[in-house]
Design a protein around this ligand. Structure first.
Ligand SMILES: [Zn+2]
Length: 104
């Protein structure tokens, strides 16, 4: 399934912001995928940390990761929206000045 295929990419933070938001939205409502995400998170992250004491708050860390990725994806989308509005305004103002020049 699409969502479960994206789990490793989500954990590594490799999804784009649209995919991240879809992913987060899905796992929050789908127990099967959430379960699968927990397992893969434990395997991927837990293995890297076997020697460290911090290995055992992974469930909390997974929650944090989900929140963090969602937040970041939201901000990214907002930023590109403002860039779009900025470019649009620049084009309108630029066009206004240009048409003023040519009218003379
Ligand atoms: Zn699912």
């Amino acid at each position: 399934m699409e969502v479960q295929k994206n789990i490793p990419a989500f954990i590594e933070n490799d999804l784009d912001s649209k995919e991240t938001l879809e992913f987060v939205d899905h796992v929050r409502h789908c127990d099967t995928c959430m379960e699968e995400l927990s397992v893969e998170f434990l395997v991927l992250v837990g293995i890297k940390r076997l020697d460290s004491a911090s290995a055992f708050n992974l469930n909390q860390e997974l929650d944090d990761l989900i929140d963090y990725n969602e937040q970041r994806a939201r901000q990214k989308r907002q930023t590109s929206f403002f860039i779009f509005i900025g470019a649009l305004l620049a084009a309108i103002i630029g066009g206004y000045f240009l048409s003023g020049i040519f009218r003379k």
